[in-house]
Design a protein around this ligand. Structure first.
Ligand code: THU
Length: 134
């Protein structure tokens, strides 16, 4: 699975986004260390608070399936009806990453044509993680 293929999987997942309130569609594709890919899209709710981001849908789907070791995630977002632009993961999703990911976990942001790879350590320095509870 190349980085471009992971971005393509995120763009495909974005098509499933349910976002009638924000009109902002996000897709995520999460690559496990074993080479499997789990995808997610944002799913909104009329009561707003239950809304869940694409990244967390992908993580929870993977963890539910027994995965605990992750290599990279591709995130693609933008206004509905328009090509994706740039979408950075929210703080809640970064905290979920802190539970399962090491500092070198890679986060791909942008579009499949033009994206950049960041490390989790770069995007969430000094995060609170399971290490803090040891
Ligand atoms: N959203 C995501 O799914 N991932 C992000 O990284 C940022 C925001 C969603 C949540 C909400 O449905 C919409 O985008 C607007 O915030």
């Amino acid at each position: 699975m190349t980085d471009v293929e992971l971005m393509q999987a995120a763009e495909k997942a974005r098509e499933s986004a349910y976002s009638p309130y924000s009109d902002f569609k996000v897709g995520a594709a999460l690559l496990t260390k074993s080479g499997k890919v789990y995808v997610g899209c944002n799913i909104e709710n009329a009561s707003f608070t239950p809304t869940v981001c694409a990244e967390r849908v992908a993580f929870f789907e993977a963890v539910k399936s027994g995965e605990r070791a992750f290599e990279a995630i591709a995130i693609v977002g933008g206004k509905a009806g328009e090509p994706p632009t740039f979408c950075s993961p929210c703080g809640v999703c970064r905290q979920v990453m802190a539970e399962f990911c090491q500092k070198d976990f890679r986060i791909l942001l942008g579009t499949k044509e033009d994206f950049k790879s960041y490390t989790f350590g770069e995007l969430f320095p000094l995060s609170f993680s399971p290490e803090n509870l040891k």
